[in-house]
Design a protein around this ligand. Structure first.
Ligand code: ATP
Ligand code: FE2
Length: 329
């Protein structure tokens, strides 16, 4: 069985083609870069609509497959930006009907976990995942048929914190990699608010304080260094507590922010302290991509019926713990 997966939750329009045994036959994408400021959902959706055909063709070429060889379609049904999600859904419905093949809706957050699990060949019950990106900040683990949330942000995501601070400091988008680079030259630690509430964290106060301290004249390198130390320590604290509680054997770091070496080092230390193996997902699979959607579609197809057209409506606020994980032990 071969699945074609479509990703379109935010900046990325991706098409992946994956075989039943987990072989990734193709993983193509185009990423919308806003001309200035943050992402405008409608502009990103227009970008996806304009480039869908090209990405789709590139994926079929990479896989050296004719479209008739595709057995099932999967698409990112949520969470994400409504206008962007709808582009992926419309194309998926069209393909499903034209090719007369089943269609499955995939939860984007689950797909991030599952592609990491596939890449490292990990057991679902062994795993605690820290998923950090432009839209999400989530600590989750499988328990009794679902991915349960052990901690999350109460307001903005870690990626958003980094990108908005970067923008205010005059750095180009995406801000995360630039902040990482500048932080290496930081020497002075500047006090900033550290906000962890129970198992959850809050970044909006840290963002405001960081912008203010930068405008007060602190050096950008010192600001980047301090911002990273505080924001990542908050993530590390919550992840460590979730690990102590769940006693999982593996920690998986994924999402676009997983590319950050300082964050990786901090999470690796707590994993080792709790005798857990640390795993990072390589950037091509950690950022948004179509292969993770295709692979998760195949997992759904194992034990579930495909969706009716009515059931393919997009779910912009779909939480990871609402989904029944039918392939879990
Ligand atoms: P999602 O839809 O899952 O929320 P996304 O659309 O934000 O994802 P990703 O590619 O997963 O896309 O993540 C992008 C984020 O990753 C941006 O906020 C970017 O600044 C951040 N990022 C990328 N590289 C680094 C890095 N080296 N250090 C910190 N942040 C990084
Ligand atoms: Fe994502």
């Amino acid at each position: 069985m071969i699945c074609l997966g479509i990703e379109s939750t935010a900046h990325t329009f991706g098409v992946g083609i994956v075989a039943q045994d987990g072989t990734i036959l193709a993983n193509q994408k185009m990423v919308f870069v806003p001309p200035k400021g943050g992402i405008h959902p409608r502009e990103a959706a227009e970008h996806h609509e304009k480039n869908a055909q090209t990405v789709f063709q590139q994926a079929l070429e990479e896989a050296r497959l004719k479209i008739q060889k595709i057995d099932i379609i999967a698409f990112s049904q949520g969470p994400g930006l409504g206008p962007c999600l709808r582009i992926g859904a419309v194309i998926s419905r069209y393909l499903s009907q034209k090719l007369k093949i089943p269609i499955f809706g995939v939860n984007h957050c689950i797909a991030h976990v599952e592609i990491g699990r596939l890449f490292h060949n990990l057991k679902i019950s062994d795993l605690l995942t820290l998923y950090v990106s432009g839209g999400n900040t989530l600590i989750c683990a499988f328990d009794q048929g679902r991915y349960r949330v052990f901690g999350e942000t109460l307001d903005i995501s870690i990626g958003n914190l980094l990108d908005v601070f970067a923008r205010e400091a005059g750095l180009p988008h995406p801000g995360g990699p630039k902040i990482e680079k500048l932080a290496q030259a930081g020497q002075k630690f500047i006090e900033l608010p550290y906000i962890v509430k129970g198992m959850d964290l809050s970044y909006s106060g840290l963002l405001t304080a960081s912008i203010n301290k930068f405008k007060e004249g602190n050096k950008l390198e010192d600001m980047c260094f301090s911002l990273q130390e505080i924001a990542f320590s908050m993530l590390t604290e919550v992840t460590e507590r979730a690990l102590a509680h769940t006693e999982k054997k593996c920690v998986l770091l994924t999402g676009g922010v997983a590319a950050n070496k300082r964050l990786e080092a901090m999470i690796r230390i707590i994993a080792e302290e709790h005798d857990a193996q640390f795993y990072n997902v390589p950037p091509a699979l950690a950022g948004d991509n179509g292969a993770m959607i295709a692979w998760t579609g195949l997992l759904h197809a194992k034990n579930e019926n495909s969706l009716s057209m009515d059931e393919t409506r997009v779910k912009p606020n779909w939480r990871i713990d609402e989904v029944k994980v039918t392939w879990g032990a």
